[in-house]
Design a protein around this ligand. Structure first.
Ligand SMILES: [Fe+2]
Ligand SMILES: [Fe+2]
Length: 483
């Protein structure tokens, strides 16, 4: 076992980065800590700060047994700094520095670019906690409440992970950036979070599950790309974060899966075959499939904005600088420099939406986005459509074309239908309620959001899970509300 796998769990900040031997860093983190706790109290989960929550805490980085479960009051959660074990003699896998030993220190020429990458990633972590802070009040079960809080404390730990990098490697600028990560607020007029999708509201549990399915999946793609980084501390941090990210993805895909399952059961029991018979389905106290599709369409289209512009010099520069790779760069077979290559990108040409071959380096955002779309599509088939198929109901979830409902990038200039055919402004006005949640849909969903707080109870619109957490049953008291 390497040293890095031994976690110092005694101090204020559990870590495997040798905090005790680095007094300057320890002071920086300890002075950031109170502000962080204030942020958690003010902007983290509303209520429930005194409840005992059955949470997973990372206590090591060994893939076998890296976490332990137990009741914790959230403000007392042990947020720590954990890096995946170093890969011995790791070499940079792409870009201009391909083949050189991975950097243990920040390369001076790339300092600003690297800091920006870390800040942008870091900003999304507390943002999602802020977006989800009101959801505890309407949780459909204690099991789901616990999962929400698990996601929240882990996103907050991801903030710690990025703050560690900033404070350890970027001196005073890094400390200032770390403060700013606590200062910006999701949805705030004056000091919003950096990326649009992280300023949107997450008003209900259907939105929460869609967010963890679609938006946390963007997180997974970004972390994969950063885990390829030539800057080894960033790579190791992101590799460990990915183990936590997998749970967030699970919460989303299984959450929506359970809603679909409940809807299908209720439709079957009532003898309803037509998924479009929305009123009758809703009268059963479950969410109709078309409304779920429209929510998925909305979250997908908002999440696509996180991948940035179709053609991007920033992305090309970060790749050339060996700072941010492609999804699973180490499994791709090419020269990993891409200087003479092209890649097909969806573009707007003379009012038409078509694929165009552009230089591979400038289209890296789109490559990552294509990988994301494929990953989301296969999740939908495996997790959602299979449930509907088994229930024998004629309905399939699908993803819209990437040109649909875009606010930034090339397609912001036009309207398009779900298949990517251009629409006039009038047609769009007339038809958008068919593909996106209407006010009425949102009001219906809101009407279902009533908390269920007895152990083993579940709201009418969601099926219990197949299995509970940590080998426990679904009716376990995952959150002790009193106390
Ligand atoms: Fe995260
Ligand atoms: Fe996440």
């Amino acid at each position: 076992m390497s040293d890095a796998m031994n976690v110092d769990y005694d101090g204020l900040i559990p870590n495997n980065v040798g905090l005790n031997a680095d007094p300057r860093l320890r002071r920086a983190l300890e002075s950031w800590h109170p502000g962080y706790l204030d942020w958690w109290q003010a902007r983290g989960p509303e209520g429930f700060q005194k409840s005992l929550v059955y949470l997973r805490t990372a206590v090591g980085v060994d893939p076998e047994g890296w976490a332990k479960f137990g009741y914790v009051r959230m403000p007392e959660y042990r947020w720590g700094i954990l890096l995946a074990p170093a890969v011995e003699n790791r070499r940079i896998g792409f870009g201009a520095h391909k083949g050189e030993p991975a950097w243990q220190e920040v390369p001076g020429e790339y300092r600003a670019m690297l800091r920006r990458l870390i800040v942008v990633q870091g900003d999304t972590e507390p943002a999602s906690v802020e977006q989800q802070r009101h959801l505890g009040r309407t949780a459909p079960s204690l099991y789901d409440l616990r999962n929400l809080f698990q996601v929240n404390v882990e996103e907050a730990r991801h903030l710690w992970a990025m703050v560690y990098l900033l404070q350890k490697y970027f001196g005073r600028d890094g400390r200032e950036e770390a403060e700013d990560l606590l200062r910006r607020r999701s949805g705030d007029q004056d000091t919003p979070r950096l990326l649009g999708a992280f300023n949107e509201a997450t008003p209900d549990w259907l939105s929460f599950f869609m967010f963890t399915f679609f938006t946390d999946r963007d997180g997974k793609m970004q972390l994969h790309a950063l885990s390829q980084s030539g800057f080894d501390p960033l790579s190791r941090t992101c590799r460990f974060m990915l183990t936590e990210e997998a749970h967030h993805m699970f919460v989303g895909q299984s959450g929506i899966g359970r809603i679909i399952e409940r809807t299908c059961q209720a439709m079957r029991a009532a003898g309803i075959d037509d998924p479009d018979d929305v009123e009758r389905v809703r009268a059963l106290g479950v969410i109709d499939l078309p409304t779920m599709q429209n929510k998925a369409t909305l979250h997908f289209s908002l999440t696509l904005h996180l991948f940035g512009s179709e053609i991007s010099t920033n992305a090309a520069n970060a790749f050339n600088a060996s700072l941010k790779g492609r999804y699973r760069e180490d499994q791709i077979e090419d020269d990993h420099r891409l200087t003479g290559d092209t890649y097909p990108v969806w573009r707007l040409k003379h009012g038409q939406i078509m694929r165009e071959a552009v230089p591979a380096l400038s289209s890296l955002n789109m490559r990552l986005r294509d990988d994301y779309v494929a990953d989301a599509a296969s999740g939908i088939e495996r997790w959602w459509n299979r449930i509907i198929e088994r229930a024998g109901i004629a309905f399939r979830f699908r993803l819209p074309h990437v040109a649909f409902n875009r606010r930034i990038g090339e397609f912001a200039a036009i309207h398009a239908d779900l298949d990517g055919n251009p629409l006039s402004a009038e047609e769009w006005q007339r038809r958008q309620d068919e593909c996106l949640p209407s006010t009425e849909d949102n009001l219906f969903i809101e009407s279902l959001m009533r908390p269920v707080t007895e152990p083993g109870g579940f709201a009418s619109w969601i099926a219990p899970p197949r299995a509970g957490i940590d080998g426990l049953p679904g009716n376990f008291e995952y959150v002790k509300l009193a106390g």
